[in-house]
Design a protein around this ligand. Structure first.
Ligand SMILES: [Zn+2]
Length: 332
């Protein structure tokens, strides 16, 4: 009996949104609502967890995501039409209107003037050790405050590197990293001999929706809220997969500075490195960049690439197809 009461006491102090709790009834939707403080959220997924119905919701002003119990949602206090002018909805509209490309579709640099760069580290499936040294160098660049970094995580990596994932979330809790968790698909299928048109998520028979939601569920079950961003494996996509992604409320995240390919970052660049041990060249270049520009390099949260503004001008430029990049995009 005593142990029963002890168990109940422990359960009582667990937070409402605890990790390691399975999800059910997972579905996509577009459900704008208000919170008690008058702010707006857009629920993009609805699910059951721990006997409670919850939303994975996006703040359309900041692009931050969180998990909100249904009981805390209130009827929308603003007009649905007004949501179209929010940074989040405008960003989705920009991607709908832009010309499709097989490689590197999506956001590749800041929309407006950004005084800094965005680091994105991909965790594709890998048997190699995780690049802890790189993350430590990123932390050192922050000089004591939580350093923003986007981690593009594949479900396959997550399942095979649980201690590395725990290290990352521990660094978040300790206030050394501020991670934006970017979905990098569940299986990250890659077949070296196949052309890009039939590779990665364009592999025939791929269940695209499941590739997206399965990784979200893996994260949510560990108490991690996936962000509004998705990185296509190999940066390879087509009109159908981008349309499906936007329909699910997610923003495709590309890069104009894949360091291992010799692309040089400038202000506002979304830098791509691999944090999974498969591309040491990119890590060497990033570490060299930190050494070289020690006091001048400023790291920004990837949502700022959207919030930096300049939407109207960007939409006109994208319509011309300017900035289309060529060259092979192998991925590990
Ligand atoms: Zn990858």
């Amino acid at each position: 009996m005593r142990s029963f009461f002890l168990t109940m006491a422990v359960l009582a102090v667990l937070p409402a949104f605890a990790g390691a709790s399975p999800l059910s009834d997972y579905r996509s939707l577009f459900a704008p609502f208000s919170l008690a403080d008058g702010s707006t959220r857009i629920g993009i997924r609805k699910f059951r967890q721990g006997g409670v119905t919850r939303y994975l919701a996006i703040d359309p002003a900041s692009l931050k995501t969180s998990v909100i119990p249904e009981g805390e949602t209130l009827p929308l206090k603003v007009s649905v039409a007004s949501l179209a002018q929010t940074p989040y909805m405008r960003e989705l509209a920009l991607h709908r209107a832009s010309r499709r490309r097989l490689q590197n579709d999506g956001l590749v640099h800041a929309r407006g003037a950004a005084q800094g760069v965005f680091i994105t580290a991909d965790l594709c499936p890998s048997a190699r050790p995780f690049e802890r040294e790189m993350f430590a160098a990123v932390e050192a660049a922050g000089g004591g405050s939580a350093v923003p970094v986007a981690v593009a995580i594949s479900g396959d990596w997550l399942l095979k590197h649980s201690s590395d994932l725990e290290w990352l979330t521990g660094e978040e809790r300790a206030g050394r990293l501020a991670v934006t968790w970017v979905n990098h698909s569940r299986s990250h299928v890659y077949r070296p001999a196949e052309p890009l048109e039939r590779n990665f998520l364009l592999t025939p028979g791929t269940d695209f929706g499941n590739e997206v939601t399965a990784t979200e569920i893996l994260l949510l079950e560990r108490g991690i809220a996936p962000s509004a961003f998705f990185r296509f494996p190999g940066l390879v996509s087509d009109a159908a997969t981008v349309a499906a992604l936007l329909e699910m409320g997610l923003i495709p995240l590309g890069s104009n500075a894949w360091l291992a390919k010799g692309e040089k970052p400038t202000q506002g660049s979304i830098i791509l490195v691999h944090g999974n041990g498969n591309e040491p060249k990119g890590i060497r270049l990033l570490l060299a960049l930190f050494l070289e520009k020690r006091s001048r390099i400023r790291l920004l949260p990837v949502a700022d690439a959207v919030l930096s503004g300049g939407h109207g001008e960007e939409m006109r430029r994208e319509g011309t197809g300017e900035g289309l990049r060529k060259g092979p995009v192998p991925d590990r």
